[in-house]
Design a protein around this ligand. Structure first.
Ligand code: GAL
Length: 939
């Protein structure tokens, strides 16, 4: 292998890597890169050019949002919500239809993605696998990898040659965007993912290859489940990362477990920062599952508060939330066993890119770690007893500044009770006894002895969300649970002037100590102006949580601003007396700006702001979907159909670790058809009385069989976990099979996707298509031909890529494409009743004329009785945007991504409907709807 020779140099290479990235030990080892920045680290955090940074990162999958414009939209939303990093898996199969063939253009243009991330102000954690998992078909491996001899995720030669090819292509792009020497914002690079075999040679090869490809940022691994695998020793990258999903993936669950103390990792991690390669931010949901709103509830604001605050306490200064935006498994991207078309994930941002209620807590936490730099370097002082043992107070201190942080929650983090404790705050400013309430599952991070801009915060029982120096004054935003009391003490050299501008706040001045104490109850927004205090005045904003979340903190070249009011504020630009804000509003909303004093004019989306308010969106409407055209489309079932140009399926051997029960081998991947539907036509001459078939489809798959044009049955693979294959045995009606003639068996099999390979057991190779075929009552041979997607080297639809289409006749004939003429088809209206099993196509067109300056995510809704047995592949303007399964669900609304859907103009929708029988098939009602409506300014 090309890099085998490098193996000998691995030790030397690792040394270079350690030097350029600061090495496992803290210190000034960083070599200055001539064009770029340095990344170093110690036990507390990463440092970029020597500055500590808390990476608050959002997992994002570009391949699940097929429109670069929307990448910018979503990345801007992350940034606005306080994320300073985005973690990207790269899906190998999304880019590679065949060995040696790679595409990084259009919706696959990751160079553009990395540029956008940098422009938006996000660091990037690059995770190109080669294996990623991610609920993807084959865990992200290209279809062509499924026929390799060597075991994947080992040092097997054929596997290594393949991933080296991928690495070379993708790393060339990633390397250009590294912060170290590429002029971009990539700060970390992940090797493999949850690798739980012990093949250190493989890991060393990956590391050496990454370095060989010019990757100079620190390398890390995402160890499944905090086992300290690959933390040190042969195969270990520079840094140790791990993951956890404490709530699991059954979204029927209504509660979640207790939080965990992760300090046990310290001896293994040593003088390196704690890294969450992934921390649960939602969950996937399987065919027939409870639906994503349940996942969002399971991992909702209380979950976020408990677990992410606990992570802050545990010093996870690289903190990546999986997923923060999930997106859509469009095309044949999904692993069928765990997920359907939507990959919404119950994440903080839903599939249609809206902010859910989960953003509020995340934003508070993100703003906290960004504002309170002292948090990034803290040592444990340990627990401290208060008056109520039910409440645990954990103390940490920044050794440089002496600032202390009190992490307060119930000792039993599952406790639902409501308690109050008095505990001791001991800082340079003195010793205090604040009172803190913890109501149910809640967590608070309180600061004391802290230099808050130009103020001295002695302590507060409100949490800090943000503070800014606006030149003539400081502004601090503190928050707490609505209805709970708060106390904040600030230190001044002399008695300041205190004006309570709104809300009920009492102030007490202790001249002996120089303490100004404010008492209040969190509710709405209280404003206190503290001036004549010997330094910069302070505008103190005391908010309840909900109100706090209406604030946005933005950076401009002339310093930060705070903005309050609208649904989303994307960016701020300050030039002279003018502040230009860009953002979205779901309704007419108040707008309040906290900016430098010379700012006199405020623009919102390029229009001057009048009366302190921004306008809401115009209402929108949608045409009814009508004018449907219909055609049945199973010519392959007709015995007279000419299949002479199909591939002969006559192989008698396979590389697949699962050997076929009957010959020839009929595995679809072995014949180069990796995605979607595949047709088989078999011939036999003999007095057979029946036929038995086993098909590998993946969970919830389907197949149908015809003999001499007669439909014998349709079989659905079960939806219970672990189901992938299904068997059917059919007797031939009298006279169907003629002993001396060529009898024709036509079988259509849906490949729902390949399994993941999480266990490194080659599970992605579990075969798809027909696995076994045998006649009853005859030992005549079956001679087969097979037809599938025009993929691999023959991929025609390069734009939509290898996973867009399968091998339905209509897909091959262009029925799914907008340019196709369906004028000869029958006119029908929906709902429509089908009278024969098998595939039929429905097409119509519609015009949209949505306002250009509004973001209107559009959904396609199916309405029907789930007792009807059919499913539909949905093509919008030729793009396969998903699969609707009427008798399974749970998904009944499909997000149609803008970019694929023309918001101003003509659209074509084509559905390939597969009816299981002659009586319950057809197609129900379809309608378009607005899933949201916002004024916006996207760039
Ligand atoms: C992790 C894995 C991810 C994803 C996640 C569940 O174990 O690293 O790729 O599969 O689980 O969504």
């Amino acid at each position: 292998m090309r890099r085998r020779s490098v193996l000998a140099n691995v030790a030397a290479l690792s040394l270079v890597a350690a030097m350029s990235s600061g090495g496992p030990a803290a210190g000034p080892a960083a070599a200055e890169h001539p064009r770029g920045h340095t990344i170093t680290y110690d036990r507390y955090s990463l440092m970029i050019d020597g500055e500590r940074v808390w990476l608050w990162s959002a997992e994002f999958h570009y391949f699940r949002l097929p429109d670069p414009e929307l990448w910018r939209d979503q990345l801007e939303k992350f940034r606005a919500a306080g994320f300073n990093a985005v973690s990207l898996y790269f899906s190998w199969e999304y880019h590679s239809p065949a060995p040696g063939v790679y595409d990084f253009s259009g919706v696959r243009d990751v160079d553009r993605l990395l540029r956008i991330a940098e422009e938006v102000g996000l660091y990037v954690i690059a995770r190109p696998g080669p294996y990623v998992n991610a609920e993807l078909d084959s865990g992200g491996y290209p279809g062509w990898l499924n026929t390799q001899v060597g075991r994947a995720r080992t040092a097997a030669d054929d596997y290594q040659a393949a991933w080296e090819e991928w690495y070379d292509h993708v790393n060339a792009i990633i390397a250009r965007h590294q912060i170290t020497d590429g002029g971009g914002s990539v700060v970390l690079f992940q090797i493999e993912n949850e690798y739980d075999r012990n093949d250190a040679v493989y890991m060393e090869e990956l590391k050496a290859a990454a370095r060989g490809d010019g990757i100079t940022v620190p390398l890390f691994h995402n160890d499944k489940g905090r086992n300290l695998r690959w933390a040190s020793g042969p195969g270990a990258p520079d840094l140790y990362g791990t993951d956890t999903y404490p709530s699991g993936f059954d979204c029927n669950r209504s509660s979640f477990p207790s939080v965990t103390d992760y300090r046990f990792l310290r001896p293994g991690v040593g003088e390196r920062p704690f890294i969450w390669g992934e921390f649960q931010g939602g969950a996937f949901d399987p065919w027939g599952g409870p639906g994503y709103e349940r996942c969002r509830t399971m991992t909702g604001p209380t979950f976020e508060r408990m677990f992410y605050d606990n992570n802050i306490e545990n010093q996870f200064t690289v903190h990546n939330i999986y997923m923060t935006y999930g997106g859509t498994n469009w095309g044949w991207q999904a692993d069928p066993n765990v997920v359907y078309t939507s990959y919404d994930y119950g994440a903080a941002f839903n599939e249609q890119r809206e902010l859910t209620q989960k953003v509020s807590v995340l934003k508070q936490q993100a703003y906290l770690v960004a504002s309170v730099a002292d948090l990034a370097k803290t040592d444990d002082l340990g627990p401290q007893a208060g008056t109520d043992p039910a409440i645990r107070v954990w103390v940490k201190e920044n050794p440089d500044t002496g600032a202390r942080f009190y992490f307060v929650r119930h000792a039993d983090s599952a406790s639902q009770s409501s308690d109050t404790t008095v505990f001791t705050v001991e800082v340079a400013d003195g010793v205090y006894q604040p009172t803190v309430a913890i109501d149910g599952r809640d967590f608070k991070i309180l600061a004391a002895g802290y230099d808050l801009e130009r103020q001295r915060l002695v302590y507060s029982t409100s949490e800090i969300m943000a503070h800014v120096d606006l030149g003539d004054r400081d502004v601090a935003l503190l928050h707490g649970r609505a209805g709970e009391p708060g106390e904040t003490v600030l230190r001044y050299p002399g008695e300041p002037r205190v004006e309570v501008l709104s809300g009920a706040v009492t102030s007490t001045w202790d001249a002996a100590l120089g303490d100004l104490r404010l008492d209040y109850v969190h509710g709405g927004l209280a404003r206190v102006r503290i001036s004549d205090c010997g330094g910069a005045p302070l505008d103190l904003l005391l908010a309840d949580d909900e109100t706090a979340s209406t604030f946005w903190r933005l950076d401009t070249r002339s310093g930060p601003v705070l903005v309050r009011g609208p649904y989303l504020v994307r960016s701020a630009e300050q030039r002279g007396a003018t502040l230009r804000l860009r953002g979205d509003a779901d309704r007419a909303s108040p707008l309040e700006v906290f900016a430098r004093p010379h700012v006199r004019r405020v623009f919102w989306n390029d229009r001057p702001v009048r009366d302190g308010a921004v306008p809401g969106p115009e209402p929108v409407g949608f045409p009814a979907l009508s004018g449907w055209r219909y055609t049945r489309d199973v010519p392959e079932a007709d015995p007279a159909f000419d299949d002479s140009d199909w591939v002969a399926a006559d192989r008698v051997a396979t590389n697949n670790p699962t050997k076929p029960a009957t010959l020839p081998v009929l595995y679809t991947d072995d014949y180069g058809f990796h995605y979607g539907d595949v047709w088989y036509r078999g011939r036999f001459a003999g007095a057979a009385t029946g036929i038995s078939l086993t098909a590998g489809t993946g969970r919830a798959g389907i197949w149908s069989i015809w003999v001499n044009g007669v439909h014998l049955g349709t079989v659905q693979t079960g939806t219970a976990s672990g189901n992938q294959n299904s068997t059917g045995a059919f007797s031939f009606p009298d006279g169907l099979a003629l002993p001396d003639a060529d009898n024709v068996v036509s079988v259509l099999v849906r490949n729902m996707g390949h399994n993941e390979n999480g266990g490194s057991n080659d599970n992605h190779k579990a075969p798809r298509g027909l696995l076994a075929a045998s006649l009853a009552g005859s030992d005549a041979a079956l001679r087969w031909r097979i037809q599938g997607t025009r993929g691999g080297e023959n991929l025609i639809d390069v734009l939509r890529g290898p996973q867009n289409n399968g091998g339905l006749h209509g897909e091959r004939a262009g029925y799914s494409l907008p340019g196709f003429s369906d004028r000869g088809w029958a006119e029908v209206s929906l709902p429509h009743q089908e009278t024969a099993p098998g595939v039929a196509w429905y097409r119509t067109t519609f015009r949209l004329d949505l306002p250009r300056d509004q973001d209107v995510p559009v959904g396609l809704r199916f309405t029907d009785d789930p007792a009807r047995h059919y499913r539909a592949l949905i093509f919008v303007n030729g793009w396969n945007v998903g699969q609707y399964v009427n008798d399974l669900g749970p998904q009944r609304v499909f997000t149609l991504p803008q970019g694929i859907l023309r918001h101003q103009g003509e659209n074509t929708i084509a559905l390939a409907v597969w009816s299981a029988d002659a009586t319950t098939g057809g197609l129900g009602q379809l309608s378009l709807e607005a899933l949201g409506n916002y004024t916006t300014d996207r760039r």
